[in-house]
Design a protein around this ligand. Structure first.
Ligand SMILES: [Zn+2]
Length: 237
């Protein structure tokens, strides 16, 4: 392989590795992580909101039915009381039955009142919880919006950096002989994407093996590969 091809391929490899690092950084950058966290938090609050909405609807129905039950009991109580105090009933047995009925209805009205109060308290508690969750959700959403804007700003910088790397890559690829490029691409599968190893102080940069003197003596005058990892050896200038 021509020396200039090897040199360019090594630069291509560096740029490809840079793209991989960039991609990884995009996923793990603090800005990305913050957006993910805030999205999750806002989502949790939204779920809580929908649970509370359902429970509030149930509590509202309960209050409504207690109100109706109380009104019905009060109405019956009023009707019996009216009959008793009209004075039209003189039969002692009938009177005593009506008094007994009035006493029962009075107990029932009290019970309905207690139940209604309890239902109202439950509704109030739920509504108080809901307004707290609403506030927390709104705060999380505002924070998410800010974080998303910051991330978008970072992303445009990353996009630019990536575009520059891709431009350089494209130009370099067009300058390498097709056969050298094909060999490079072929070797990627067996070398974890890095077919070229830089030789530094007689050591293969791909697998850290000390190269035999027969190889290092040539210093790349002939294209050679590492016996251990199979990478094409590259001597930097
Ligand atoms: Zn090696």
């Amino acid at each position: 392989m021509a020396e200039h091809d090897l040199k360019r391929l090594f630069r291509i490899q560096e740029l490809e590795q840079k793209l991989i690092r960039l991609e990884r950084f995009r996923k793990t950058s603090p800005e990305t992580q913050l957006v993910n966290e805030l999205q999750e938090r806002a989502g949790k609050f939204q779920k809580l909101q929908s649970v509370l909405d359902k429970r509030i609807a149930v509590a509202q129905r309960s209050v409504r039915s207690r109100e109706l039950a109380l009104a019905a009991a009060e109405q019956s109580q009023g009707a019996v009381r009216e009959r008793l105090y009209e004075g039209g009933i003189t039969n002692p047995r009938e009177l005593s039955q009506l008094e007994k009925r009035l006493a029962e209805l009075t107990v029932q009205v009290e019970k309905e009142e207690t139940d209604l109060l309890q239902a109202l308290e439950e509704l109030e508690t739920l509504e108080a919880q809901k307004s707290k969750v609403d506030a927390a959700e709104a705060k999380a959403r505002r924070e998410l919006h800010t974080a998303q804007q910051k991330l978008e700003h970072m992303q445009s910088a990353w996009d630019l950096e990536e575009a520059m790397v891709r431009d350089e890559l494209e130009e370099l690829r067009s300058q390498v002989s097709p056969s050298a490029l094909a060999l490079y691409e072929r070797k990627k599968a067996s070398t974890e994407g890095t077919p070229i190893a830089q030789v530094i102080r007689g050591v293969c940069g791909g697998c850290r093996m000390t190269l035999p003197a027969s190889v290092t003596a040539l210093r790349g005058a002939v294209t050679s590969t590492c016996e251990q990892c199979g990478r094409i050896l590259y001597w930097p200038d």
